[in-house]
Ligand binder design. Structure first.
Ligand code: PEP
Ligand code: MN
Length: 340
């Protein structure tokens, strides 16, 4: 259940109610907004909810107690109605500015990473992406540079000032990846790897959780809840397309998910039209559509020579096509009251 406290609530009272809930064996999640303080109390049995709600309602500083019937609670919109903004080295995700994450699918060499990083930064990207541990459907395709790649990524951050995001695939690598990355990416293939979700939930590094390609919105939000339930509230959701019967595109970018997530959750949402389409010629239009529908940002793949890319060349933008994307995105962002 969600307990909305009165604006005048003091720190002592927040501690008092947290202690009451904890003494009943409930998990306590605190959200302190500018105006409202909300407590998520997790784990109450159905039969004790009404009695507990009545008891809490007698506390003078409790405004109201709202039951949440959804299977996800801490990531539900009701927990933080004003929405969440995540700040990574001064770059906001979920704020007014549309966040552009760009870079190669896979880190291939220092030279290609640095030239791409410099270019995307100069064009207005605010976060650098690059895979060092690459999930592959085929065991024979390139699996990434591993820690060597992470070192290149953090060197690129030092040079360009761009915070970096990279994928972590294995719970045993979370500590290692946290040493280099500003945001941990959980890929589509790992959305239901609950051991990994719990592990990144223990860390205090922001996490971007991609939607599983065959997962419903509700399953995706429950995966996010796994992370939040361990105390890491810095979660960004990423719609990257789902599998449908369509074969012209690699996946079907689910535009519905953009406003649906905004309705259901307070978490920021990034659109990935690269994996969502699999075709570079469609990326820019789908990026514009996602921002128009309310996405807080986009993630795209950029490569100096996509025809020679080790991975995902077909959906990677060249430097000139990335510039064009940025040019086309700005008026759309402005039209929906944002900038980029
Ligand atoms: C990626 O971002 O390069 C990637 C592997 O994404 P996904 O997990 O969405 O396939
Ligand atoms: Mn990719």
């Amino acid at each position: 259940m969600i307990i909305v406290l009165k604006p005048t609530v003091t720190d002592e009272q927040v501690t008092e109610i947290s202690n009451i809930l904890q003494s009943r064996g409930l998990g306590v999640h605190l959200s302190r907004g500018v105006e409202t303080t909300i407590i998520g109390a997790i784990g109450a049995l159905d039969e004790e909810k009404a009695e507990l709600a009545g008891q809490l309602g007698t506390l003078a500083y409790v405004d109201r107690v709202v039951p949440i019937s959804k299977p996800y609670k801490v990531v539900a919109r009701a927990f933080r109605p004003e929405g969440t903004t995540i700040s990574v080295r001064g770059v906001e995700i979920g704020g007014r500015r549309v966040c552009v994450m760009a870079g190669p699918c896979t880190i291939e060499s220092e030279e290609m990473l640095l030239s791409t990083a410099r270019f995307v930064r100069d064009q207005g990207a605010t976060i650098l992406r690059g895979g060092a541990f690459k999930p592959s459907t085929s065991p024979y395709s390139f699996q990434g540079m591993g820690e060597e790649g992470l070192k290149l990524l953090s060197a690129a951050r030092d040079e360009t000032g761009l915070p970096v995001i990279t994928e972590v695939m294995d719970p045993r690598d979370v500590e290692l990846v946290c040493r280099y990355a500003d945001i941990l990416q959980i890929g589509t293939r790992n959305m239901t790897n609950f051991t990994l979700l719990r592990e990144v939930g223990q860390s205090r590094t922001p996490v971007m959780l991609k939607r599983g390609w065959a997962s419903t919105i509700e399953e995706w939000l429950q995966a996010a809840e796994y992370i939040a339930s361990r105390g890491n509230y810095q979660i960004i959701l990423c719609e990257r397309g789902i599998r449908t019967f369509e074969t012209y595109t690699r996946n079907t970018f689910d535009l519905n998910a953009v406003p649906a997530i905004k309705e259901l959750s307070h978490l920021p949402l990034i659109a990935d039209p690269a994996h969502g389409t699999g075709r570079w010629s469609l990326v820019s239009a789908v990026a514009r559509g996602a921002v128009a529908a309310g996405a807080d940002g986009i993630m795209v793949e950029v490569h100096p020579t996509p025809q020679a890319a080790l991975k995902d060349g077909a959906q990677s933008l060249t430097f000139p096509t990335f510039s064009k994307l940025m040019e086309g995105l700005r008026p759309v962002a402005e039209a929906v009251g944002r900038d980029c």
